[in-house]
Design a binder for this molecule. Structure first.
Ligand SMILES: Nc1ncnc2c1ncn2[C@@H]1O[C@H](COP(=O)(O)OP(=O)(O)OP(=O)(O)O)[C@@H](O)[C@H]1O
Ligand SMILES: [Mg+2]
Length: 216
């Protein structure tokens, strides 16, 4: 599904990604591990077209997505990718349900359709009672799960998750991984998940290790 080929990226003349080559099959759950500062988030953002690379290519279903123009990139992100960020980036002035609905509305679905899908996702994540609360009125773990529901609302082919269990206890973290597995089985979703948690990484199909901007 995804081929990252000879990817290089620097910030302020400092090389951060140094010749990254990886391949991810569709339907795989892959964990990305490595020390702080290794380049994990940078790689994830590059694959999700939230950041540009200096050279190399990223192929998504046979298309070189790094060559997309601005409009194609926006469409690709909205339709194909679900993001779960390290700091969940919920919009503070909107309720839980509204946050989840936004990508659905952007994609052109009706409010009613989005609301129905959003509530079903909230139920499966055990956060229905957060639907009408603002993020500031939720716990960290509840905000995290709202962000997860938001990432799933457009049934993306690929979920890119940066420390999705960061605010969850070990029971909730294992439950979340089980949920990812269920989603994969039901919707053939592919997952690339950054996690520091070695026990969780073991639940993935495969672990990719990155150190100092290189795959090891
Ligand atoms: N926008 C930026 N401008 C300059 N340097 C950056 C920027 N983003 C990341 N970096 C640097 O790139 C390196 C890799 O950062 P990255 O966020 O990819 O690390 P990481 O592996 O995700 O670490 P962590 O586990 O701490 O989240 C770090 O040295 C960081 O300081
Ligand atoms: Mg990071």
């Amino acid at each position: 599904m995804i081929q990252v080929k000879k990817v290089f990226k620097s910030f302020n003349q400092e090389p951060i990604l140094k010749n990254i080559n990886i391949q991810i099959e569709s339907n795989e759950i892959v964990a990305l591990q490595g020390p702080s500062g290794a380049g994990k988030t940078t790689l994830l953002k590059s694959i999700g077209l939230l950041d540009t690379i200096d050279s190399g290519s990223i192929i998504f279903e046979q298309k070189n997505i790094t060559l997309f123009n601005h409009q194609e990139k926006c469409f690709f992100r909205n339709q194909q990718i679900g993001f779960i960020f390290q700091f969940h980036n919920l919009l503070p002035e909107f309720s839980g349900l509204e946050n989840i609905l936004i990508p659905s509305l952007i994609s052109g679905k009706s409010f009613q359709q989005g609301e129905k899908n959003g509530m079903a996702l909230m139920e499966s994540l055990n956060i229905s009672d957060q639907a009408h609360k603002k993020p500031s009125e939720m716990s960290g773990g509840e905000q995290q799960r709202v962000a997860i529901a938001r990432s799933l609302i457009n049934s993306p082919k690929l979920i890119l998750a940066d420390e999705p269990t960061g605010n969850l206890d070990s029971f909730q973290s294992t439950e979340l991984f089980k949920l990812f597995n269920k989603i994969r089985n039901k919707f053939s979703t592919t997952f690339l998940i950054i996690t520091h948690n070695k026990n969780l990484a073991k639940l993935a199909d495969r672990i990719i290790n990155i150190k100092d901007g290189q795959i090891i």
